[in-house]
Design a protein around this ligand. Structure first.
Ligand code: FEO
Ligand code: CA
Ligand code: CA
Length: 749
């Protein structure tokens, strides 16, 4: 970690008053209180005099008990907090976490860290075992859940809490997760059981208690809350798909449960205080025989093809070869049994993956549930509309693959204030997430859009020739096919989404899309359109990157009906680009060197400061900078202008694409806050409810390290976090970091 200096601008934090004033421990109540009282200063410089006053004020606060004997002086007017007052962090290729002067970032919870006293400290040399009781790998989405000083659930708890997080995947090469094995592991089939067991166990979720002592945060080893969830944990299927023939397996002949969760990516925090996790690239872990189409001979072939498992597909790690035990067999999707319904094999196993998974982070005795009403696809985050009593809730979601769709789920139940602090969080999840309507987005060139319901009542779904849907469960399991049927808009890889608490607008990162081209050929290539308007070439050294290599961020404003609206308007908030790129075609948001970024992925509005945090998972600009996190104060849909991009076609014509570009950012509304170590993506955004501590994840540092170099640390492309003084060994490790401001202020000020 870099060592920040102490030259930060000091500012008295008016909003701190709010964080201690509420007796309601529900986070949305806190949020609403904050929003009603907040006083942002936008675009105004903090003067030198203000900074000095702020410093004096802080000194006085620490003045000691004899201050009571001094004649009181008039209370100075508090200096309003200025967000984004920090100095932008430059782009960097250094193998460190860089944060602004005045901030401190420290590794807190890394791959392999023990969660209990009986599991030894991580040696980080490939010999460690017992990953069921250690931090998993590839930390991704993450949420913070407060605890009281005594350790009871308390949403407003800012000095003790739980971090619930996703462990998406592992760094691998040729089947093997090479950093996990002494000599890099086995790169051919069959894979040894011991290697498979270790690789499986680093996937899933973890819950770890964290606690602040003085100014330092640490995890609490052996906390009763500490928990691992893996691809072997029993999980209930909930909602319309529960018990359906499509999810009958040898493991669950009644179609009511699945074995575990995998490739968990973005997250969500429900208004009732539960944890939501999106299952993303799960399909790649499964294999199918080269003759499985004929063995099946039914519509399941169309479903498997649409979800990325055509016959003959190999699995990412070869886990199906770990042995004869059923826990290995489940990774083989081939129809090999003789039953009519699939109760003697895993032909339907893929239908149990691809959901939003709900967990009560406070109670490990409660079953985790897959919320099938929200549809099955490559889920990223799940963002709730701002709850309003008596109104339905919306959950916004995206499907992260090239040319996939944006979705929302609207609850049947209307929001009840008492559910903000329920006696039973999972039962409250049943109430809101097991019944409702799933919609997909269709965006028009005029800046409007429609939410189209995916239901059997839709004539386009009934008449779809490529797949005959049987019932609602079939529509939900095959949401991609249903969205195809209704002509939804193909997007440039929807990643995270988040709702701006100030106005309810919905932001989606569209990370990049190599399939955008002015002259499309084949079924996967698409011409630029209004909502995905760029197709260009960016050079990375001598390598040409075509399509929309830098990505963009689109945002929606709901129409009549708010969360339940069936129409919306949209514009593009920001276009990722290099600051030196052509401002008329590529750098359409006029990003400066302090703001330029590529491949936005994580995105979340702070419920406490209102800052929009943007994180990158990039491969296009990594010749210049490692991945990063930026802080933004956006405006609103329609604050910019309509623009037309003109492309010369191969046939000699002109392709004119109208789009809507949001108001261009200034130095006061968008600023780079952090740059990560070599090879990492930045992900996971969570804060304590006082806004003063932020937790984020550094995923897969050193991911380009070759398997052949395992054992030679000098050839690891990253040695983070060991090079920052964290932990044993020199193998790079995914890790949670904690960020605080040295003057005790809120993060982003
Ligand atoms: Fe797991 Fe789409 O990132
Ligand atoms: Ca470039
Ligand atoms: Ca992601």
């Amino acid at each position: 970690m870099n060592k920040p200096n102490d030259l930060a601008i000091s500012a008295t934090d008016l909003n701190d008053i709010d964080s201690n004033a509420s007796h309601d421990n529900h986070f949305n109540s806190i949020l609403n209180a904050r929003l009603s009282r907040r006083n942002w200063l936008r675009g105004s410089a903090v003067t030198a005099a203000t900074a000095v006053m702020g410093s004096m004020g802080l000194s006085a606060c620490g003045g000691g008990s004899d201050a009571a004997a001094v004649t009181p002086t008039p209370t100075p007017t508090p200096t309003p907090e200025k967000l984004l007052a920090f100095t932008a962090v430059p782009k960097s290729l250094a193998d460190v976490v860089s944060v602004p002067a005045g901030y401190t970032a420290t590794a807190l919870y890394a791959l392999g860290d023990s969660l209990r006293a009986a599991t030894p400290a991580y040696k980080n040399d490939g010999s460690d075992t017992d990953f069921d009781n250690r931090a998993g790998d590839h930390h991704d989405g993450m949420e913070y859940y407060g605890l009281s000083a005594a350790g009871a659930p308390l949403a407003s708890g800012a000095e003790r809490g739980l971090l619930a997080m996703n462990h998406e995947a592992t760094t691998d090469e040729k089947l093997s997760s090479h950093f996990l094995h002494v000599n890099g592991g086995t790169t051919s089939l069959p894979r040894p059981a011991a290697e498979v067991d270790k690789e499986v166990a680093v996937h899933g979720l973890s819950v770890v208690e964290v606690k602040k002592t003085g100014s330092a945060w640490a995890t609490v080893n052996d906390s009763a809350f500490n928990r691992r969830v893996t691809p072997l944990t029993d999980i209930e299927i909930s909602g319309p798909v529960r018990g359906n023939a499509l999810v009958v397996t040898k493991y669950s002949p009644t179609g009511t449960k699945t074995r575990g969760t995998i490739n968990n990516c973005g997250t969500g925090k429900s208004p009732w205080g539960s944890y939501l996790s999106g299952e993303e690239n799960w399909a790649g872990y499964f294999t199918r025989s080269a003759t499985d189409n004929a063995a099946r001979g039914d519509k399941s072939v169309a479903s498997l093809n649409r979800y990325g498992r055509s016959q003959g597909a190999g699995s990412r790690h070869g886990w199906e070869t770990g042995g004869s035990d059923d826990k290995y067999a489940r990774w083989n999707l081939s129809k090999i049994g003789t039953s009519a319904n699939g109760s003697d094999d895993y032909r339907n196993e893929l239908n149990g993956m691809g959901y939003i998974v709900e967990m009560d982070p406070y109670d490990k005795t409660r079953a985790i549930r897959k919320r099938t009403a929200l549809g099955r696809y490559a889920h990223e985050s799940a963002a709730f509309s701002v709850p309003a009593v008596g109104q339905q809730l919306a959950v916004y979601m995206g499907d992260d693959s090239r040319n996939e769709y944006i979705y929302k789920f609207v609850t049947t139940a209307v929001w009840a204030a008492a559910d903000a602090n329920p006696a039973d969080r999972m039962a409250t999840g049943d109430k809101y997430l097991d019944s409702g309507k799933l919609y997909v987005a269709k965006l028009a060139a005029d800046g409007t859009g429609q939410w189209i319901e995916l239901a059997m009542s839709n004539a386009l779904i009934q008449a779809y020739s490529a797949y005959k849907f049987a019932d609602l469960a079939d529509v939900l399991v095959n949401a991609r096919l249903a969205a195809d049927a209704v002509g939804a808009t193909k997007m440039d890889r929807p990643e995270w989404c988040s709702v701006n608490p100030a106005n309810g607008e919905i932001y989606y990162t569209l990370t990049n899309n190599s399939n955008r081209t002015v002259n499309p050929s084949g079924s996967s290539q698409l011409a630029p359109d209004s909502a995905n308007p760029r197709a260009y070439t960016d050079m990375k050294g001598s390598s040409a990157q075509n399509g929309n290599p830098n990505g963009h961020i689109i945002r929606f404003k709901e129409g009549t009906g708010a969360a339940a609206a069936t129409s919306f308007t949209w514009d593009v908030y920001l276009f990722g680009a290099e600051s030196g790129a052509d401002a008329s075609k590529i750098n359409l948001s006029n990003l400066t060197a302090d703001q330029d970024f590529s491949s936005p992925d994580g995105l979340a509005f702070s419920p406490y400061t209102g800052i929009c945090w943007i994180q990158t998972d990039d491969g296009a600009y990594t010749d210049v900078t490692n991945c990063m996190m930026l802080a933004a104060i956006p405006g609103k849909v329609g604050d910019g202008a309509k623009s037309t991009l003109n492309y010369a076609t191969a046939a000699g014509g002109n392709l004119a694409v109208d789009t809507f570009i949001g108001k261009k950012p200034t130095a006061d509304t968008l600023k780079r806050f952090l740059v990560g170590p070599v090879g990492s993506e930045i992900t996971g955004i969570s804060e304590t409810p006082d806004g003063k501590t932020m937790f984020i994840n550094i995923q897969h540092p050193g991911e380009n390290t070759a398997l052949a170099n395992i054992g030679d640390p000098s050839k690891y492309t990253s040695q983070w976090p060991a090079n920052a003084g964290y932990g044993a060994g020199k193998r790079p490790r995914s890790a949670t970091i904690v960020i605080t401001k040295n003057d005790g202020g809120r993060i982003g000020s």
